[in-house]
Design a protein around this ligand. Structure first.
Ligand code: BV8
Length: 255
């Protein structure tokens, strides 16, 4: 256990007393599924690249082969990854809240689809999905993709460039995702920010927005982040360890 039990108990109390729960999840939640966060050293042949430089329309325009190789490398890691206890706990919490007429909405910055594979049904992909690629000309989306592309950059059947259906730096988030996120921040009673460095906007802003609307706010992260000053309860711990303890406590409190 990396946190004092008093913090877990306080989080249990806050969540058990609520019906409407918003969650902002970042790469730290998937770190325990062995998907490296942006902060972790880039692996292998990607060691010398800066992800924030690669995750941009400019990088794709300049070198579509390099960018699509990087994303396909990451897509394959996501396909091989399994949801971890942190993902499963959030799916379990959604069931608990649904059973009492409430909801849990996960606003995820992650593009790996692991929340959905863990069983969460109410997931908003703020930054899109690496599992979907789209045609740069027609905008048509492709989900049924080969395990590995034959050529880089991959092409649509019509021969146009395909790109990952993710939100790059400098690109606007999907309108529907933004609307859902604002609605969650405005109506949730508790807002949980888990596994995110809280530096990327507009996602990082939803914690403050929820707080301004009167929600109780909780952070789970092994490290301090800019959100740590803002939230009501900042728990230093790993999501795969802390979330299961909190959700088990909520189930017990509601028995
Ligand atoms: C926008 C998808 C406006 C792609 C991502 C200049 C020009 C243009 C824009 C800007 C600019 N300056 C600032 C901006 C805004 C910019 C921004 O915020 N930049 C930051 C760097 C300052 N934002 C944007 O560009 C956004 N769009 O503003 O558009 C606009 C409006 C209208 C019209 C046109 C434009 C778009 C941002 C989305 C970028 N795409 N991902 C991909 O995945 O490749 S962001 C990507 O990086 C992730 O999604 C994540 O959000 C972010 C950070 O990644 P990581 O650091 O790895 O992850 P995370 O932050 O979650 O940190 C990991 C955390 O986990 C750490 O805190 C660690 O301690 C913790 N942890 C580790 N292990 C565990 C753990 N926690 C719990 N348990 C553990 N076991």
């Amino acid at each position: 256990m990396t946190t004092g039990d008093a913090q877990i108990e306080r989080a249990v109390e806050m969540i058990a007393g609520a019906r409407r729960v918003g969650v902002l999840s970042g790469a730290g939640v998937s770190a325990e599924s062995r998907i490296p966060t942006f902060r972790d050293a880039m692996e292998g042949l990607w060691r010398s690249f800066d992800p924030q430089e690669l995750a941009t329309p400019e990088a794709f325009a300049r070198d579509p082969e390099r960018v699509t190789r990087w994303y396909d490398f990451r897509r394959r890691k996501c396909l091989d990854a399994q949801p971890n206890p942190g993902h499963l706990a959030l799916a379990d919490l959604e069931e608990v809240m649904r059973d009492r007429g409430g909801w849990v909405t996960v606003l995820t910055q992650n593009v790996d689809g692991l929340h959905q594979r863990a069983g969460s049904r109410d997931v908003v992909e703020l930054h899109g999905s690496i599992m979907t690629w789209r045609c740069c000309e027609s905008g048509r989306r492709f989900r049924d993709l080969p395990a590995q592309f034959e050529e880089y950059p991959p092409k649509s059947p019509e021969g146009a460039l395909l790109r990952p259906d993710v939100v790059w730096f400098g690109e606007a988030l999907p309108e529907t995702a933004l609307e859902r996120a604002y609605e969650v921040a405005a109506t949730c009673e508790v807002f949980l920010t888990v596994g995110t460095s809280s530096v990327v906007y507009p996602a990082a802003g939803f914690t403050q927005m929820a707080r301004e609307h009167g929600a109780s706010t909780i952070e789970i992260n092994p490290d301090e982040t800019p959100a740590s000053e803002v939230v009501d309860l900042s728990i230093r711990g790993r999501s795969g360890e802390v979330l299961p303890l909190i959700v088990a406590g909520v189930r017990k409190a509601l028995e």
